[in-house]
Design a protein around this ligand. Structure first.
Ligand SMILES: [Zn+2]
Ligand SMILES: [Zn+2]
Length: 245
C-alpha cells in the first residue's frame, strides 16, 4: 500500500458495500469485492445437481446434473444459464438497491462476485464476446444506467473478453417483468430485441449477462435474436436466480 492509499484508508476506512460496516484488516485484504464476512456468509450458493440447460437447482441433493422437464419439453435458444447464488437475503436487497436506488458503488462488489464465478465456469473466455441484456433507451434515460452493462463490464475486464453493448438492442419499450404473471412475462418481451450489427455476432460465442434469472423469457428472447444472427454458443450469466419460475 502506498502512502496515498494508506492516507485514504485512514480518512475513509473501507466499509462493506452491502451492510456498510467497517471491514477488518483481514477482510479488507482478502476481499476483492469489498464485502464483510457476515454478508459473504449470508449468500446462498446454488448447489448441484442442477438443470444442465436453465441451471435450476433440483430439490434432491443427490444425483447428476440433467435437463429439467421444461427444458426437455421446449429447448431454449440459449445453451445454458448459470448463476452463483439464489436471489434471496442480503444479495436480493443489494441487487434491488443497485437497480432501483442507483447505488452504483455496488458495481465492483456484485460484478466481482459474478466474474469470479464466471472464471471457474467458462473455458477459454477469450473466445467469447460479452453482451449485456439491453435496456430500452427510454428506461435507460429514466434510470440513468444499465445494471447489466455495469456487470458485463466487470466480467469482460476480469475475463479478458471483448465487450459488445451495441449489437444487441431493445427495440420495444416493455413493462417491467416484476409483478407480471408467467404468460404475461413471455408476451411482454416477445420480439423486444434486435441485432443491429449481425456481422459482429455471426460465428461468435456469446456470454450474455443479466442481473437476475426469473422465468428466463428475457434471456431466451435475447438468445433468439443472437442465434438468428449467427451466434454459435450462448452462455447466460446472472448473479442470482429464483427457485421457482
Ligand atoms: Zn456486510
Ligand atoms: Zn431447465
Amino acid at each position: 500500500m502506498n502512502l496515498l492509499s494508506q492516507l485514504i484508508a485512514i480518512i475513509y476506512p473501507p466499509r462493506c458495500h452491502i451492510c456498510g460496516r467497517f471491514l477488518s484488516a483481514d477482510e479488507d485484504r482478502a476481499s476483492s469485492h469489498h464485502l464483510c464476512d457476515d454478508c459473504l456468509g449470508a449468500l446462498t450458493p446454488i448447489t448441484h445437481p442442477i438443470c444442465t440447460v436453465c441451471g435450476l437447482p433440483f430439490s434432491t441433493p443427490k444425483g447428476q446434473d440433467h435437463p429439467c422437464e421444461n427444458c426437455l419439453r421446449k429447448k431454449p435458444w440459449y445453451d445454458s444459464v448459470r448463476a452463483p447464488y439464489l436471489y434471496s437475503g442480503p444479495l436480493m436487497e443489494a441487487i434491488q438497491r443497485f437497480k432501483y436506488s442507483s447505488e452504483t458503488q455496488l458495481t465492483s462488489s456484485l460484478g466481482t462476485l459474478l466474474s469470479s464465478f464466471a472464471k471457474e465456469l467458462v473455458p477459454n473466455p477469450q473466445d467469447f464476446l460479452t453482451v449485456p441484456v439491453p435496456l430500452h433507451t427510454r428506461r435507460l434515460r429514466e434510470r440513468g444506467f444499465s445494471q447489466s452493462l455495469l456487470l458485463a463490464k466487470v466480467v469482460a475486464t476480469d475475463l479478458g473478453t471483448q465487450l459488445d453493448y451495441r449489437s444487441l438492442i431493445r427495440i420495444r419499450h416493455t413493462r417491467a417483468q416484476t409483478g407480471l404473471r408467467k404468460e404475461e412475462r413471455r408476451k411482454n418481451v416477445k420480439d423486444a430485441f434486435s441485432v443491429t450489427y449481425p456481422e459482429i455476432i455471426k460465428g461468435r460465442k456469446i456470454l450474455l449477462v443479466d442481473d437476475v434469472f426469473t422465468t428466463g423469457y428475457t434471456l431466451n428472447e435475447c438468445a433468439r435474436s443472437l442465434k438468428k444472427s449467427g451466434a454459435t454458443v450462448i452462455i447466460c450469466l446472472t448473479l442470482a436466480r429464483t427457485l421457482v419460475d
